[in-house]
Write a protein that binds this ligand. Structure first.
Ligand code: BGC
Length: 756
């Protein structure tokens, strides 16, 4: 990549630009009071072809002397619109000075970076943030990331990823908001608001990038970059809603995905990039390709060479080429040959410039925030709250948690108890493990005073296959009142291109938990991972289990607070946990078959030998794993004891344009103050096409003191029941509906209504 770009940029670096210097004294584009569209047109009208293509090209940052000569010259020549992966604030500032002060038109460079779940202060991985079901906390996390990264001159992040992810084998599920279109829409929009702030032009706001457009999460077999087969209706009903919400939330940019869907690579998909994104949704920002995804269309067998790829991509609606260099190199010829209309290039430049103006880059191109914003007390507190709310309690037999004062000796074991790097999770380019608070350290410093803590990691890291250390951990368990076992995945086992065929605990972790359980001591298992793992066996063997998608810098304190009852768990699964990989894909809002499972099926061990075959009474299930998942979507226990009753609707029949007022009584009969995520699901009973058995339509986090109860009200516009039916138009189809409100996607308390 580096040599290819060097070559492309070096060829033109020293060619003398003989351009007109008749720039007006106070050009409109430099007038901060002029309307942005006028500024864009004014600037565009003064740009050479090379300068235009510069705006459409993003290069990767390398800092070496040979490269710098080329880089500096190209910046001064106005041929670089954006740089990815430069994080040294001083260098960013000096490169920006070259662009602004030494290039002919002074167009600032847009510096971008994958600030995915925090810049320095690391928040839970996005899947963990989704588990909070808390848009405010999610927005606060994105805001903290924006404040920290903009203090180094980074004004563009490649986040949020709103790919619907229904396959935990796919490593990038970690970066997603999970399986549900509604939840992903809420999470994505909250992140966009957090990054972009009230005003994109604020010095601490950064441009968001909704990615990967589209379908990437449906990679066949859970293998990254793989083909997808998403038909138009499913695309519109399931995969596109979070992207449309991103446009509504004001996302400044979009990124194409690597996959081809039904034979069309995303970076050349005119239908989605132009017809839908711009035509139907009115998107005014710019679209960047994914890393070399334009030239990768040669590998796809969709383009004959890089020139063909540049041609198809530009014409489809990709405005900026991420690092392949093909726009810079081939667009001049393609325009001359009439294969890419000049209007396509001009529109792409407009889209990029518009965002640069909106970011206020022309007014304040240089860094203005102090460095002290990094790891500020405020950001660490926000990261702790996010981590705390992201913890999902999957089991708590006999209320073994929270740990009480009766526990005097605690065995802390497992490879994730003190793994500061691993708990930050995937996509933490800039977070430093020296700032991470691990569970072991947090427990020691926060609760260790009156506690005898025996720490025995047993395994050096999650994949460690050596069982040698297990005996020591067992010995520690025998001497303790309670065992805390921290297991899971290292950060590198999830994320881009880190997909798995098996989702069982890696290394000797399974043996470790079994050995601990065999001591008879209560085992509390804390899983830190980048995805749902098939942890049925460990759930059985543990008295309690906390599931934490890699929780980030402050994960240790957050977990410690929950273990010792300073906070009650409130996270909910943003994705269904399968029993086995064989159950995948498994998600709650599936369509019904004509022969739905009834849970009385005869499973494999009960089938008589030489049983006769029949199709009578048969249903849709797996002989070995039945029908239900290990953990349903939306599930999460609490120290509160929540119950739902008295569901009411304000009417029984609604018309289009109405708002449904649904409410329920939520009571906390437990002895702990706690927060519950009340979830509202609907089912459209009969449609012009089959409809999911349940769809999440709203949720609310409700804090209740011990013994308290309240009415929880929901307002659901009837228009939210719309979907793309048989005629592929988004409509609310009249008919009967069921509405549930409850603690997870298995909610059973329901009411019925009709839409006329
Ligand atoms: C990923 C994107 C990321 C980009 C830039 C690609 O490999 O798919 O999500 O933003 O790299 O780092």
């Amino acid at each position: 990549m580096k040599s290819q770009l060097l070559e492309i940029l070096a060829v033109s670096a020293f060619s003398i630009l003989t351009v007109s210097t008749s720039v007006a004294k106070t050009p409109v584009y430099k007038d901060s009071k002029a309307p942005i569209e006028q500024r864009v047109e004014d600037l565009l009208s003064q740009m050479t072809m090379e300068e235009k293509l510069g705006q459409l090209s993003q290069i990767n940052s390398f800092n070496d002397p040979k490269w710098n000569v080329v880089l500096y010259q190209n910046i001064k020549d106005g041929k670089i619109g954006s740089i990815i992966n430069e994080v040294n604030g001083k260098r960013i500032d000096s490169l920006q000075r070259m662009a602004v002060k030494q290039s002919r038109l002074g167009i600032p460079v847009l510096f971008g970076r994958d600030v995915i779940h925090g810049y320095k202060t690391i928040f839970p991985i996005p899947l963990g943030q989704a588990a909070t079901f808390d848009p405010e906390v999610i927005a606060a996390g994105a805001h903290a990331a924006a404040v920290e990264s903009s203090s180094d001159g980074i004004r563009w992040t490649f986040s949020p990823m709103v790919d619907i992810s229904r396959d935990p084998r796919w490593g990038r599920i970690a970066e997603s908001a999970g399986e549900d279109p509604y939840l992903a829409s809420v999470v994505g929009s909250a992140m966009i608001k957090g990054y972009q702030g009230a005003n994109l032009s604020d010095a601490t706001s950064i441009a968001a990038c909704a990615k990967h457009f589209f379908g990437y999460g449906a990679s066949e077999g859970g293998r990254d970059y793989n083909s997808t087969f998403i038909p138009e209706r499913t695309m519109r009903n399931v995969y596109l809603p979070p992207f449309e919400s991103a446009v509504k939330a004001g996302a400044a940019t979009f990124m194409t995905s690597f996959n081809d869907n039904d034979g069309i690579p995303a970076s050349a998909n005119h239908h989605i990039l132009t017809d839908i994104l711009r035509g139907e949704w009115g998107f005014k920002g710019f679209v960047v390709s994914d890393w070399s995804s334009i030239t990768e269309m040669i590998n796809h067998g969709f383009c004959s060479d890089a020139k063909d790829a540049a041609c198809k991509s530009a014409n489809a609606g990709v405005d900026m080429d991420m690092v392949s260099g093909c726009y810079l190199k081939y667009l001049p010829e393609l325009v001359n040959e009439g294969k890419v209309p000049m209007s396509v290039v001009d529109n792409a430049v407009r889209n990029v410039l518009r965002i640069k103006f909106q970011l206020g880059l022309f007014e304040h191109p240089f860094i203005s925030t102090p460095q002290t914003v990094k790891y500020s007390a405020e950001n660490l507190a926000a990261a702790k709250q996010s981590a705390e709310e992201s913890v999902i309690m999957l089991k708590n037999e006999g209320d073994v948690l929270p740990l009480t004062s009766g526990v005097t000796t605690l065995a802390v074991v497992g490879p994730l108890a003190n793994a500061p790097y691993e708990q930050m999770g995937t996509w933490t380019f800039d977070g430093e493990k020296s700032h991470t608070v691990t569970p072991l350290n947090a427990i020691k410093s926060m609760f260790g005073k009156n506690l005898n803590i025996i720490y025995e990691p047993a395994l050096a890291y999650s994949r460690d296959n050596s069982t040698e250390g297990i005996a020591k951990a067992v010995d520690a368990a025998k001497r303790a009142d309670v065992v805390l076992a921290f297991v899971g995945e290292e950060a590198i086992l999830s994320g881009e291109a880190h997909c798995l065929a098996s989702l069982n605990l890696v290394g000797a972790q399974s043996q470790l938990i079994s050995a601990l359980a065999a001591t008879g001591k209560p085992v509390v298992t804390v899983v830190m991972a980048g995805r749902p793992l098939t942890i049925g066996k460990q759930l059985d063997e543990s008295k309690a289990m906390l599931y934490c998608f890699h929780p980030g810098t402050m994960g240790g304190e957050a977990i410690a607070d929950i273990l010792f009852g300073k906070a009650s768990p409130s996270g909910k699964t943003p994705v269904t946990f399968p029993k086995s990989t064989g159950q995948i894909p498994i998600y709650y809002c599936h369509n019904n078959t004509g022969r739905p499972a009834n849970r009385t099926e005869t499973l494999i061990d009960k089938i008589p030998v030489e049983a006769g075959q029949t199709s009578l009474g048969c249903t849709s299930f797996l002989l070995d794993d039945g029908f239900d998942p290990l953990v349903p979507f939306g599930f999460g226990l609490s120290y509160g004891k929540f119950s739902y009753s008295g569901i009411t609707l304000d009417k029984s029949t609604y018309s289009a344009g109405d708002v449904i007022h649904a409410s329920v009584t939520l009571a906390n009969a437990g002895s702990h103050d706690a927060t519950e995520v009340a979830q509202l699901y609907i089912r459209d009973k009969v449609g012009s096409v089959t409809r999911p058995v349940k769809e999440l339509k709203a949720f609310r986090r409700v804090a209740l003191k011990a013994g308290e109860s309240t009415r929880v009200d929901f307002e659901l516009p009837v228009s939210d029941l719309a979907f793309y039916g048989i005629d592929m138009k988004r409509t609310v189809e009249p008919g009967d509906f069921t509405l549930w409100i409850g603690t997870d996607s298995n909610a059973s308390l329901s009411a019925s209504f009709s839409v006329k």
